[in-house]
Design a protein around this ligand. Sequence first.
Ligand code: UDX
Ligand code: UDX
Length: 464
Amino acid sequence: MRICCIGAGYVGGPTMAMIAAKCPHVRVDVVDLNSERIAAWNSKDLPVYEPGLDDIVSQARGKNLFFSTEVRQAIHESDIVFVSVNTPTKTYGIGADRAADLRHVEAVARTIAETADRPKIIVEKSTIPVRTAEVIQTILKNNGMGLNHQVLSNPEFLAEGTAIRDLSSPDRILIGGEANDEGHRAVETLAGVYATWVPRERIITTNLWSSELSKLVANAFLAQRISSINSISALCEATGADVDEVARAIGTDSRIGSKFLKASVGFGGSCFQKDVLNLTYLCGHFGLPEVSAYWEQVIQMNEWQKRRFTSQVLKALFNTVCGKRIGIWGFAFKKDTNDTRESPAIGVCRQLLAERAKLAIYDPKVSAAQIRADLGLPPNDTSVEICTSAEAAADQSHAVLVLTEWDEFREVDFTAVHARMMKPAWLFDGRNVLDHELLRQTGFRVRAIGKDPSPSTSHSSWTA
Ligand code: UDX
Ligand code: UDX
C-alpha cells in the first residue's frame, strides 16, 4: 500500500511519521508546495518542534517515509491521499473573520482530479466545515477522469506538545464515509491502517457529516471549558476564592472531569478560535442565530481574558508602562511547541506595545524572526528585545509576565532575578505555574489568574 499526504505542517508531518513508523510495510510520501519546509523535514532541524518527533522521523525517513515537493507524482502513485493543508479563517469577502477559507482544499481537490488515473481514497485530515466532502466529491466528479474516488473524513485530534503521545495512543480514531458499500470498504481500508497499532474498539466509524462536525464540536467544547473556567477566574479574584481549588473541586465530579480546567491568560493555537468561529458561521448560515450567539461568547470571553490581564499589568504599574521594560516569559501558545498561531502572548504584547512599553521577550523554542513577524515590527524597531534566557528578559524589568507554561520557568533562581529587577518587582503569572507564596517571600508583588490579589489582607476587588 502507498499513502501520500498533501501538507507537511504540524498535523501532516507528525501524523504521517507515526503511520510510517507503525506500518513499515506502507510507503508514506509527505508532499508540500513549500520547498523550504520540505528541506527542513529532510534535515536535522525539523520545521516542527514536538517532543519525541525527531526519533520517530529518523526511524522511518528514507526507509518508508519520504518528504518531497513532487505533489503530482505522490498522488499518482498512492492508494490513499490525505489532505492536510491549512484551512485558515477567511480574511476577505463574505464570511470574513468567521468562515473557513477552503481555497487550499479546493486547489488540492482539483490537482487530485487532474492527476489520479485510478480510483483513490481521499482522506480529509484538515479541519473543515461540515459538508466539505461534498465539495471535494463534486470537484472530483466534474474534473476527473470519470473515476469513482471515495472521500473520507478522518479528523486529527492530536494536541501540539503531546502529538507523539496522542498519535501513538489516541483516545479514538474517527473515520466518516459514505453510507454505501464502496464507502464502507474505503472506511475499512483506512481503519486497517490504524488498526496496526490502535485497538479496534477505539476506531469509531460513522457517516461523513457526523465525522466532519465532530471535529468542530470537540474543539468548541474544549475551548468552552477554558472560557468557562476563565470567566470564573475573574470571580475568584474578586472574592478571594482560588480558581485552581475550584477546578480541583469540580473536576473530581466524574460528570465534569478534571481536564481542560486550567485557568489561563487565554487559549491560543491554530484550532480553537478558528473552529469556534467556523461553528458560529455555520450556525448563522443554517438559520440558527441563537446557537451562533451562544458559541460566540466562548471567543468573547477569551478576548476579554487577554485584555483583562493586560489591564491588570497596566493598573499595577501605576497606570503607565510607557518606556518601562517588561519581561515576557514564553511566546508559544502552549509549552513544548514552537507554534505561535493565535498565541495569547501576541495579543498581550501588542496591547503593551500600544501603551509604549519596552518588551524583553524570551521563549525557549520560538525564533526571534517569528516573534517579530507576529508582532508586526518594522525592521528598525527598538521597542522589543529578544532575549536568550528568562533571566535576561527579567533584567532591569519592572515586571515579568509568564505567558507560556514552559517547565524551565519553575527552575529559575528567583532571588537572583528579583535582585536585578526594578522595584517594586512585579510578577504576573498568566499560567499559574509558579509558587506564588515563595515569590512573595522573595520580595515580588504577585498577580495570578483567579488568585486572591492580596492574600494576607482583605479581598478588595481588582477586576479590570
Ligand atoms: C492542520 C489542519 O490541516 C488544519 O485544518 C487544522 O485546523 C490545523 O492543523 P497544520 O498542519 O497546523 O494544519 O497547518 P500548517 O502547518 O499550516 O500546514 C499546512 C501545509 O500545507 C503547509 O506547509 C502548506 O505549505 C501546505 N499546502 C498548503 C500545500 O502543500 N498545498 C496547498 O495547496 C496549500
Ligand atoms: C487542540 C485540541 O486539543 C486537539 O484535539 C485538536 O486536534 C487541535 O486543537 P492544541 O490547540 O494543539 O489542540 O492544544 P491544546 O492542548 O488543546 O491547547 C489549546 C490552548 O488552550 C493552549 O493555548 C493552551 O494553553 C490552552 N489551555 C488548554 C488552557 O488555557 N487551559 C487548559 O486547561 C487547557
